[in-house]
Ligand binder design. Structure first.
Ligand SMILES: Nc1nc2c(ncn2[C@@H]2O[C@H](COP(=O)(O)OP(=O)(O)OP(=O)(O)O)[C@@H](O)[C@H]2O)c(=O)[nH]1
Ligand SMILES: [Mg+2]
Length: 385
């Protein structure tokens, strides 16, 4: 990046996260990188000259808080220095926040410019798609989503967009539309590569929502009690199902109530249901299907609803009151049965046809907007009728 006079600037980027760790890495990149570092550091042995590819140990002499003079009373920061390139030096210092801050502050005092990790990624990427994939990869939580994002990082999506543009340039509008449609088919999955799917456990009180949450998580997260109306607040926990990132959300049992606190909890449950990607609609085999089930189903829609009958240890027959068109997955929370099938059902509902390795996939809103614009353009070119 250049300044107003077009002279290349020397940029400092903290490459490691600001979460305290053993080591922090600060990169100095630009024409003044080597001279700035040499001005500040004292090697443990030998000359302060830095050769390319050398790794050296020493002390970084920091400036005083108020001016750009080295503070001689300050012991400085221990650093490992690596000159990785003609104009690039990496400083590895203590991983607490202060050490890196002091080094960055001193270099800025001498004319360097601070740059963010996001800007660093933009500078080092071949194109916007690769930069977006790198940023998404930082947030990926499962191997499965990481593999898909790596495919995009290697260029699958960029190539697909270039192909669409070529089709459009050569007036092959049908081919362009087909490719756009193939990409749009994976849009929902793409967005959820880093943003977990919200799966809400809901239903009337006492059907076993909190028990099922605990069982699916594998530890006791929510309070379980025989008293109806135990859960009052929304409780969300991150997990993954078949390699897809999921936020499992427990909610208050829905029923008519005069209790103000319970009512507030139910309102939150309704909000969570409205914002859900999928709902697990829990049915007690003895109480059966009731008005609240029908209302939830109506508000969410059938395609997002998975009907789960609990307490299979008490009754292992499907409750006859459940409308017959819905598939029902039976589980027992107490005997820990039926979970494999339930997890499989959830996974298939979230991602009915997982992409093959190497497939292009849009994974952020910019890609969807681009696809939409390309489709609009292409559509207007195809003769109607
Ligand atoms: N036998 C049997 N009991 C269960 C099962 N699942 C839950 N229970 C019992 O049902 C009661 C209610 O369980 P919860 O998990 O608290 O139910 P909930 O739907 O979260 O209830 P609220 O928070 O009040 O809406 C508790 O006594 C549980 O032990 C099950 O699969 N089998
Ligand atoms: Mg509960």
């Amino acid at each position: 990046m250049d300044d107003a006079n077009n002279a290349p600037r020397t940029l400092i980027t903290r490459l490691t996260s600001t979460v305290p760790a053993a080591i922090a890495v600060v990169e100095v990149d630009g024409p003044m990188a080597v001279s700035l570092v040499q001005k500040h550091w004292r090697p443990n042995t030998g000359s302060s000259e830095l050769q390319v590819d050398q790794i050296r140990y020493g002390v970084f002499r920091v400036d005083t808080e108020s001016n750009d003079q080295t503070d001689l009373n300050d012991p400085g920061e221990s650093i490992v220095v690596h000159r990785s390139d003609e104009h690039r030096v990496e400083l590895h210092c203590h991983g607490g926040n202060i050490a890196a801050q002091r080094i960055i502050h001193s270099l800025i005092q001498h004319g360097a410019t601070q740059s963010s990790p996001a800007e660093w990624i933009d500078r080092r990427s071949n194109d916007d798609f690769q930069a977006e994939a790198t940023k998404a990869l930082l947030k990926a939580t499962t191997l499965r989503t990481t593999m898909i994002l790596m495919d995009q990082w290697r260029g699958s999506l960029c190539t697909a967009f270039k192909t669409i543009e070529e089709h459009l340039q050569h007036q092959r509008f049908v081919e362009a539309n087909n490719l756009i449609a193939a990409l749009q088919q994976h849009a929902e999955l793409g967005i959820h590569l880093v943003q977990p799917w919200k799966v809400v456990l809901c239903g009337p009180p006492n059907v076993g929502k909190s028990s099922l949450l605990n069982c699916l998580l594998g530890y006791t997260r929510a309070i379980v009690h025989e008293q109806a109306g135990t859960t009052r607040d929304i409780l969300a926990e991150s997990t993954s199902i078949d390699g897809w990132p999921v936020a499992l959300i427990d909610s208050a049992g829905i029923r008519p109530t005069n209790d103000q606190i319970e009512h507030a909890g139910i309102q939150r449950a309704v909000q969570a249901i409205q914002g859900a990607d999928r709902v697990l609609l829990l049915v007690d085999p003895v109480q059966g299907w009731c008005r609240e089930h029908a209302e939830i189903l109506h508000s969410v829609g059938e395609s997002k609803t998975i009907v789960v009958q609990t307490k299979a240890d008490i009754v292992d027959q499907r409750a006859s009151s459940i409308p017959h068109q819905f598939p029902v997955t039976m589980v027992s929370n107490t005997e820990k049965k039926g979970f494999d099938r339930l997890l499989e059902t959830i996974s298939r509902s979230l991602v009915p046809s997982p992409p093959l390795p190497g497939k292009p996939m849009p994974f952020c809103s910019r890609h969807l907007q681009l696809l939409y614009a390309l489709l609009e353009h292409s559509d207007t070119q195809i003769p109607k009728g």
